[in-house]
Ligand binder design. Structure first.
Ligand SMILES: Cc1cc2nc3c(=O)[nH]c(=O)nc-3n(C[C@H](O)[C@H](O)[C@H](O)COP(=O)(O)OP(=O)(O)OC[C@H]3O[C@@H](n4cnc5c(N)ncnc54)[C@H](O)[C@@H]3O)c2cc1C
Length: 464
């Protein structure tokens, strides 16, 4: 069994550490933020995690995350529920007229979710209690130890060196692994990088009655000039976020809580999600990058002894709520590759994990990127007051699927399985009769089929 260093104690680093240690590896997690996780009940108020920009922004765990956790780390889900984590069926959050009666198999749409600090505190406690995992906080990794192009450990601020058979970078969207590799004399990994152009304006709420708002639409609603997220959370809390294009200057007034409130009040299927006690202020996150790194270039690894998992490998605009599920799948993939390949088989390990990544999680990343590109272009067209012209039959199919899901329970489930990462668009297209039904029911629908404000009405509410 191997000595493994995991860089970063975020969602992915902690899950990776547990999965690897349960296979008998000796895992040390290095986290630059010094604060130990407080008791879970205090995590939202107290835990300072400057290493994770989105720490207090809205999060919802996809049903696929719950499915994989239930299979791999079920104790974490039980722990989460025991501290007030929400067990909710995302299909059941839809209006009865949309989803129809309960059907066998609908339990697949269940998730377990919580505000990010609560979720991470539970994971951190579970990881710290896992035999074979050591978590060291307050250690900032600053470079790599190498022998030729093989990574043999890391350098940490303060002059520490730590050696390992394998270094797993879970340093998140701002990971510096590419520059560390170059500084160590390796070729630069191929990096694709672009500001994905969305801005998040989020607020958290606490129920006055202990009851969560009723679901009247999908958690992500697409509207003219903005999407709106309504995300249930733990302990009678939830969050609401408006997502706009960063180029749409008229939306910047959403930073102001009163204008944000006025804007959300114009969405008939979401306004009631503000009926609770709001946390002060609007949390804003802009400059969110799409970023993807490939460590096998022209058929050869840029280095061995190191792999990247989760956001350190690839990250996108998060409105589809997929990052944690994709990261967990990626961690499981690494665990599986390490079952077949010893960390000492340096080349074979990097190639094996690269191939697994390309076959299993790369398509999820590319699909998310594709959605983002269309959605951003659509928002920019809205801001210019022109219809979005795309000519992409797959986008037309995606829009038709959503529109048809509003009135047909079978398609509501098909759409939910897409957003839950339980099926791909190709899976839907391959189901006999389904594509035809989708196009028949949804093909002629308006671009924004849900009731909501026009751009003009939204701007009036924001007071532009
Ligand atoms: C606004 C926003 C909303 C989101 N909403 C959702 C959602 O609803 N659902 C969902 O599934 N996903 C969501 N995501 C994505 C999700 O947050 C990420 O996919 C997830 O956090 C990735 O986990 P990670 O462990 O790879 O990285 P992170 O959680 O970012 O953790 C990286 C860790 O590495 C540490 N680190 C970095 N550099 C070093 C270093 N040099 N030395 C030591 N430690 C280091 C950091 O301090 C940090 O703790 C959202 C993201 C954003 C930006």
């Amino acid at each position: 069994m191997s000595r493994i260093l995991v860089l970063g104690a975020g969602l992915c680093g902690l899950s990776t550490a547990m999965l690897l240690a349960r296979d008998g590896h000796d895992v040390t997690v290095l986290e630059r933020d010094p604060a130990e996780p407080p008791p879970v009940a205090d995590a939202w108020e107290e835990w300072q995690r400057p290493g994770v920009n989105q720490f207090r922004l809205p999060h919802l765990m996809a049903a696929r995350w719950r499915v994989e956790m239930a299979r791999e780390l079920p104790g974490v889900l039980d722990d989460l529920v025991s501290v007030g984590g929400l067990r909710a069926n995302l299909l059941a959050l839809l209006p009865a007229a949309q989803r129809g009666d309960w059907r066998a198999g609908d339990e697949i749409f269940e998730t377990v979710t919580a505000r990010r600090p609560v979720l991470e505190a539970v994971l951190a406690k579970a990881a710290a209690g896992t035999a074979g995992v050591t978590i060291r906080r307050g250690i900032t990794v600053s470079g790599l130890l190498t022998e030729g192009t093989r990574v043999t450990g890391v350098l940490a601020e303060g002059g520490h060196t730590l050696r390992a058979d394998l270094v797993v970078d879970c340093g998140g969207r701002r990971s510096a692994l590419a520059s560390w590799l170059v500084a160590a004399g390796a070729r630069r990994p191929v990096e694709e990088r672009a500001d994905c152009g969305f801005v998040y304006y989020g607020r958290h709420f606490r129920s006055r009655t202990g009851v969560l708002p009723e679901g009247r639409a999908n958690v992500l609603q697409r509207h003219e000039s903005a999407s709106i997220l309504t995300l249930p959370g733990d302990n009678g809390t939830w969050s609401v976020a408006l997502i706009t294009s960063g180029r749409d200057r008229a939306m910047r007034g959403l930073r102001d809580p009163a204008r944000w409130d006025a804007a959300v009040a114009t969405y008939p299927l979401a306004a009631h999600w503000c009926d609770g006690d709001p946390a002060p202020g609007v949390d804003v996150m802009a400059g969110i990058e799409d970023r993807h790194r490939t460590f096998v270039v022209d058929g050869d690894p840029v280095a061995t002894g190191v792999v990247a998992v989760g956001d350190a490998w690839a990250c996108t605009n998060p409105s589809l709520g997929r990052g944690a599920a994709i990261g967990l799948l990626h961690a499981i993939g690494l665990r599986d590759v390490l079952r077949d390949t010893d960390a000492g088989e340096h080349d074979k390990l990097v190639h094996g994990f690269h191939d697994w990544t390309m076959a299993n999680v790369e398509p999820l990343y590319r699909g998310t990127l594709w959605f983002d590109a269309h959605r951003l272009a659509e928002l920019d067209a809205d801001a210019e007051g022109v219809p979005y012209q795309h000519g992409d039959p797959r986008w037309a199919f995606a829009l038709a699927t959503f529109a048809a899901s509003l009135g047909d329970p079978e398609i509501a489930r098909a759409y939910q399985s897409l957003t839950s990462l339980l099926a791909t668009p190709d899976d839907l297209r391959a189901r006999p009769g389904l594509p035809e039904k989708i196009m028949r029911l949804g093909g002629g629908a308006p671009n924004y089929p849900l009731p909501g404000p026009s751009r003009r009405e939204l701007l009036v509410a924001i007071g532009d």
